[in-house]
Design a protein around this ligand. Structure first.
Ligand SMILES: [Cu+2]
Length: 385
């Protein structure tokens, strides 16, 4: 059983808070290298079937009639590839439209009831650290806003595509059981669309653009997190953070060939190493962690503690105890509860350290951050004392 103690939890997080209005950010990265391969295999199979049956249908029509009927321009609703739409070179000398600010990771429980979530797809030049990237976003942030609901809530999605966009965009909610996750609503520039679903399972769910090729739309920044609380809540009250890991790529070729130039928690590499999350001494913490990918795996770990409880994919029924790390596949997630004992420094990382070195690293500081008892002593001339 967990040893979490609600009495030691803090109700507020003193630093690093940004107003709720500024909490909307999105980076949409993609998930779909394996599906691209699958799409190729399915297409190849379809060609064989079509040939054998002497049909004149294209492979997509033979392999995925429902997707074709949905009117999407790409095979398998955009999940099987599609024409290259991402910029050949993303890192640009053009003037940025704005600089990515520190993404507020603080999230709080919500009450049950109908929810309406509005997302606006935009195409912007965003300065991230030293570079300016061409990005596609939800609500001008990467990741998009952290959304929160309760099991049983009726959720209405309104998706608008900015009038100065060049491409159609859309959104696929992994928490839904709709056709294409809602991606059947493809929205042209200057238009809006809507759909509804009911959240059936608790968890930490990805949403992302579902316009072909999905790999590029996620790789360009169109993704975010929807937390669905269990009706009874996740557990004792404590500070909560939402963290999304993702990859940043310098070109469409790098997206296709999986060569990230940097990695990030919440869109900006190393932002919480530069501005640590500060908590009182002995705080319990609950982290909602999702891996947006599009193509890499996260090995989430917090240095200096052990996870009391981990809910894989965010569902409390998928609980395990005393964990050091959780492998999080692209679009996977977890809820992590832990205690930051005493006062000290607690880095959070992907323990796949080539990615931590590229920016998937952050820091929590409890109390004054100074270490507790213990330290280095001089061993003396004879090597012991
Ligand atoms: Cu898109």
């Amino acid at each position: 059983m967990t040893e979490l103690d609600a009495s030691t939890s803090a109700t507020t997080i003193p630093e690093n808070r940004v107003s709720r209005a500024k909490r909307q950010r999105l980076i949409d990265f993609d998930i779909l290298a394996p599906l691209t391969i699958l799409g190729v295999l399915i297409s190849a199979l379809a060609i064989v079937i079509a040939f054998a049956a002497n049909q004149s249908n294209g492979p997509a029509a033979a392999a995925a009639p429902n997707a074709a009927a949905a009117g999407d321009s790409a095979t398998a609703g955009g999940y099987g590839g599609g024409e290259n739409t991402a910029p050949t070179t993303r890192v640009t000398e053009e003037k940025p439209d704005f600089t990515a600010k520190t993404y507020d990771p603080v999230t709080k429980p919500v009450k049950a009831g109908p929810k309406t979530f509005e997302l606006t797809a935009t195409e912007k030049n965003i300065k991230v650290g030293a570079k300016t990237y061409k990005m596609w976003t939800f609500n001008n942030t990467v990741p998009g806003p952290v959304l929160r609901a309760v099991v049983g809530d009726k959720i209405t999605i309104k998706i608008t595509n900015a009038s100065d966009s060049k491409l159609p965009h859309s959104v696929d909610y992994h928490a839904s059981r709709l056709t294409l996750g809602g991606g059947h609503v493809q929205v042209a520039p200057g238009k809006s669309g809507t759909f509804e679903f009911t959240a059936e399972y608790p968890g930490v769910f990805m949403y992302h653009c579902a316009t072909a090729p999905v790999l590029h739309h996620i790789g360009m920044g169109m993704y975010g997190m929807l937390i669905v609380q269990p009706k009874e809540g996740f557990g004792p009250k404590m500070p909560e953070y939402a963290i999304t890991q993702s990859e940043l790529y310098a070109s469409s070729k790098d997206i296709d060939e999986n060569r990230p130039d940097s990695m990030a928690f919440n869109g900006v590499p190393s932002q919480y190493a530069a501005k640590p999350l500060r908590l009182p001494a002995d705080s319990n913490v609950r982290m909602f962690v999702m891996n947006a990918g599009p193509s890499e795996v996260s090995s989430f770990h917090v240095v200096g503690t052990v996870f009391d409880r981990v809910f894989e994919d965010g569902n409390p029924r998928n609980v395990s105890f005393g964990r050091q790390a959780l492998g999080i596949p692209a679009s996977g997630s977890g809820v992590f509860e832990m205690q930051l004992k005493g006062e000290g420094q607690f880095p959070f990382v992907t323990h796949q350290f080539n990615h931590a070195a590229k920016g998937a690293v952050g820091m929590m500081i409890s109390g004054d951050g100074k270490p507790g008892p213990g330290g280095v002593e001089d061993a003396g001339a004879n090597g012991h004392h």
